[in-house]
Design a protein around this ligand. Sequence first.
Ligand SMILES: Nc1ncnc2c1ncn2[C@@H]1O[C@H](COP(=O)(O)OP(=O)(O)OP(=O)(O)O)[C@@H](O)[C@H]1O
Length: 391
Amino acid sequence: MTDDLKSRILDILRRMDPPDGGGDVVSRSLVSEIFVADGKAFFSLTVPAAEAQRFEPFCRRIEAEVAKLDGIAKAIVALTAEKSAGSQAPRNSAPPPSPTPRPAGGAGGAGGAPAAPARPGANKPGIPGIERIVAVASGKGGVGKSTTAVNLALGLAALGLRVGILDADVYGPSIPRLLGLKEKPKSAGGRTIVPLEAFGLKAMSMGLMVDEETPMIWRGPMVMSALTQMLREVEWGPLDVLVVDMPPGTGDAQLTMAQQVPLAGAVIVSTPQDLALIDARKGLAMFRKVDVPVLGIVENMSYFVAPDTGRRYDIFGHGGAKAEAERLGVPFLGEVPIEMAIRESSDAGRPVTASEPDGPHAAAYKHIAAKVLQQIEEAAPRSAAPRIVFD
Ligand SMILES: Nc1ncnc2c1ncn2[C@@H]1O[C@H](COP(=O)(O)OP(=O)(O)OP(=O)(O)O)[C@@H](O)[C@H]1O
């Protein structure tokens, strides 16, 4: 069914005359992979930067035509402007990134080596200056996904990497609170945004761009454009890893990320309860469907250690995520106890990996970070992203 819809979409695209008169966009290989889910079609067109404006109305026409197909309720076509070879460096591009430092416990891998040809996401335009993008996701809310994302980012930074964190949870952004960020990011020349910095991380969140009180009602296409902007119009500078805190669930925003961004992989956060695991499985299935490697599962709020006796209590039936990971054939990345210090430090904007770097919780997150890095190397050896320009 999905394949049939994809070929009908391609037929439509073949019949439409693009504004530059250069022949149909399919034959010219300007169309990305087409992703169809829940009656929505997502794909992008890559055009030369100079043509981007002319192609905008064409994209809207494509959306209207594709939405007429039986089985498609809505189409979302993103325009990506690619810099042609030999032209000048883009104004918002970063200097070429330096080789990835080899972490303790890392798998080595292809540091500096050319791209493996069939790398996942290799056909999606990269973000200049960003080596790898890792999504932190969960099938349902409240499992500690954002807390894990922040502490994972800090764990990666502690391993010597240059790390950024992007809060893609446009519905309930929590990174500003977790990192104690209050000021609004500044714009550079009115065109790009300078990310904030906290505990050595570059940070950007939709929550920094709007007042906390502002209700955020985002429709699918708005989510897509907000995310695209936060990825491509923020001056991330050279980063080894950008950690993306995804909104919970498997909706438009996740599909957008998977469709638009060459993700090196996804980390799934789950609590040990069965219900959360069912949701985690859905998240896992979604990333697999869009060919994003699942780097592994983190079990959060895994057990409780009584402060007075030091005795460990598996209050939620600890171990569920580990068994599930084994069953699903994905790595188990580690477990984090339910711990007042983790909650209080998060709520005070001083995440535990930064505020108690030598403590046991920081050690747990650093261990998870090292495993994530090892999995990234195995799933997607480092490669240079294509250069992108927006003008
Ligand atoms: N290991 C832990 N021990 C104790 N409290 C934790 C732990 N992990 C997260 N929390 C707390 O649980 C609450 C939810 O965490 P967080 O906001 O990270 O979850 P989330 O999955 O991102 O939620 P949402 O989807 O609603 O954004 C927060 O108050 C956080 O401090």
